[in-house]
Design a protein around this ligand. Structure first.
Ligand SMILES: Cc1cc2nc3c(=O)[nH]c(=O)nc-3n(C[C@H](O)[C@H](O)[C@H](O)COP(=O)(O)OP(=O)(O)OC[C@H]3O[C@@H](n4cnc5c(N)ncnc54)[C@H](O)[C@@H]3O)c2cc1C
Length: 475
């Protein structure tokens, strides 16, 4: 059954305080929703698994040493410090009870229950290995700062190991980089590794020739950047070839191990690629919170874990629950930043209207501002409305748009400086990679999910029924 937004909990249902809006996720959907509620007479609690707002589109530049992690991941708390009606809570949301209207978050064994009157869920998506999760051990994805730093360590480390290797076959294996997935992330990553090898590192080694490194971009699909259409896909492929990236299409990865990959071509041939560094940029799986919500509300959850929302981005029978961004399924909307930003703002507006007694908005309508992907310095493809660009113009457009969306003046200034170093010069300012970054993920997986509490002692003042009442005080 569908309930109209007007039937949702009224502000008067909240005894003694302003309506409580809980937002899950500090990514594009969550942060922009919180900011859009700045002037609304509500109390906002934004719960994030990390303490930062991550600008995912530039993760590949952290992985390849162009930018530092701080530039693309400012503290959420700092961004919202002047917004008096918003507070930030660090914790992973593990449960949502739609009948009790509570969200449970957890950190270091401490559980906190947050009551809500309105809920915005924007927990995004993680990597999908299409049922082959064992690939993750050897082919990390690129969804978080941890992932980008691990990849940075693996990429720079491969050149270091090649420098001291003796066997030519082993040197070849170390200097072979395979990126799986020819969507925007894979294309940008492959392009940057090629530039790193051919421009930045070309004079840095004595025994190896980094410019001879093999960079392979693989995809089971027959096209590069399929969402950009055939023309731009072909141009991107040519530009990749020009900078020395081998594009292998119709190639499905059937196995990954420490030494390389097994690939099945479209004609059925099975072959092996020896490669030390494998990067997975092939698929996404929405946050498991979608399934939790689906089970309780009856909303459909698709194979990628995305939950079907109504035209107003709420769930059936629950006009107080809004789902936005990569987690939601609505028509054929893609999993891109603009869908999350516009969805987050729309949900915020719906809440504000309800609270102040205005009539509901029209159904959500996505305004497509276009898509872009860089191939290398001075070269990109852009698909904007009726216009398609490639080469330098597209690259300048990409530069301006990305700079606009980087949060914070300081981050913008340092990003421009680092881009000057890398794009006008040959340098990369961020080449630090620690052992912990490279091996930490696998070591933590071996320790098991409860390692944090067992090794740090956890918080000392745990009350098992910890209820979040602090926001009530602030009302
Ligand atoms: C490498 C990469 C490159 C990309 N490039 C582009 C691009 O060029 N252009 C473009 O438009 N889009 C791009 N995207 C896609 C874009 O980043 C996403 O569509 C967008 O981030 C989705 O926003 P969101 O708010 O739904 O999720 P996210 O931005 O992913 O935010 C989800 C938030 O929820 C938090 N979270 C997750 N689970 C929990 C939990 N259980 N409890 C609490 N918090 C939780 C996360 O920590 C995160 O803060 C790229 C994505 C990646 C990974």
């Amino acid at each position: 059954m569908t309930t109209s937004p007007a039937q949702a909990s009224a502000p008067s249902d909240t005894p003694g305080g302003r309506p409580r809006v809980v937002i899950v996720g500090s990514g594009f959907g969550g942060l922009f929703a919180a900011q859009a509620l700045k002037k609304a007479p509500v109390d906002v609690t934004l719960i994030g698994k990390t303490a930062q707002h991550l600008f995912q589109p530039l993760l590949y530049q952290v992985a390849t040493g162009i930018l530092s992690e701080g530039e693309i991941a400012p503290a959420t708390r700092e961004i919202l410090r002047r917004q008096k009606n918003a507070r930030v809570v660090l914790g992973e949301v593990t449960d949502i009870d739609v009948d009790a209207r509570t969200v449970t978050s957890e950190i270091l064994g401490r559980q906190t229950v947050h009551p809500y009157d309105e809920l915005i869920v924007a927990a995004g998506a993680g990597q999908s290995y299409f049922g082959n999760d064992q690939f993750a051990e050897f082919a990390p994805g690129m969804k978080s700062i941890d992932d980008a730093l691990e990849l940075r360590g693996r990429i720079f480390g491969a050149f270091e190991l090649a420098e001291i290797a003796k066997d030519p076959a082993e040197i070849d294996r170390l200097l072979t980089f395979v990126v799986v997935g020819a969507g925007p992330t894979g294309v940008e990553m492959a392009g940057q590794i090629a530039e790193l090898a051919r421009r930045t590192l070309r004079r840095d080694f004595r025994n190896i020739n980094p410019t001879g490194a093999r960079v392979i971009l693989l995809d089971a699909a027959p096209a590069v950047l399929p969402s950009f259409g055939e023309k731009l896909g072909d141009r991107a492929r040519r530009q990749l070839n020009d900078i020395g990236v081998e594009v292998q299409l119709g190639a499905m990865v059937t196995g990954v191990d420490a030494d390389g990959l097994e690939v099945k071509d479209s004609d059925g041939t099975v072959r092996r690629i020896q490669a030390a560094t494998k990067i997975w940029a092939a698929g996404v799986q929405a946050s498991g919170l979608g399934r939790i919500l689906g089970e309780q509300t009856g909303a459909e959850v698709d194979r990628a874990g995305r939950i079907s929302v109504q035209p107003d981005l709420t769930l059936p029978g629950h006009p107080e629950i809004h789902v936005v961004g990569d987690m939601m399924a609505l028509g054929k909307l893609p999993g891109v930043a603009q869908v999350a930003i516009q969805g987050g703002r729309y949900a915020a507006e719906a809440i504000e209207r309800r609270v102040v007694g205005k009539k509901p908005q029209e159904p959500f309508e996505y305004f497509d501002k276009g898509s872009m992907a860089t191939i290398s310095r001075f070269s990109a493809v852009a698909d904007i409305g009726k216009f398609q660009f490639s080469g330098f113009i597209a690259w300048v457009l990409w530069l301006v748009v990305h700079l606009m969306y980087i949060v914070g003046f300081k981050s913008r200034v340092t990003t421009v400086l680092h881009w000057l170093v890398s794009f006008l010069g040959r340098g990369r300012s961020q080449r630090v990679a620690t052992q912990q970054q490279v091996y930490g993920r696998l070591a933590l997986e071996q320790l098991g999910p409860r390692w944090e509490v067992s090794k740090t002692g956890g918080p000392k003042d745990i009350d098992p029924a910890d209820e979040d009442v602090t926001q009530r005080d602030s009302a």
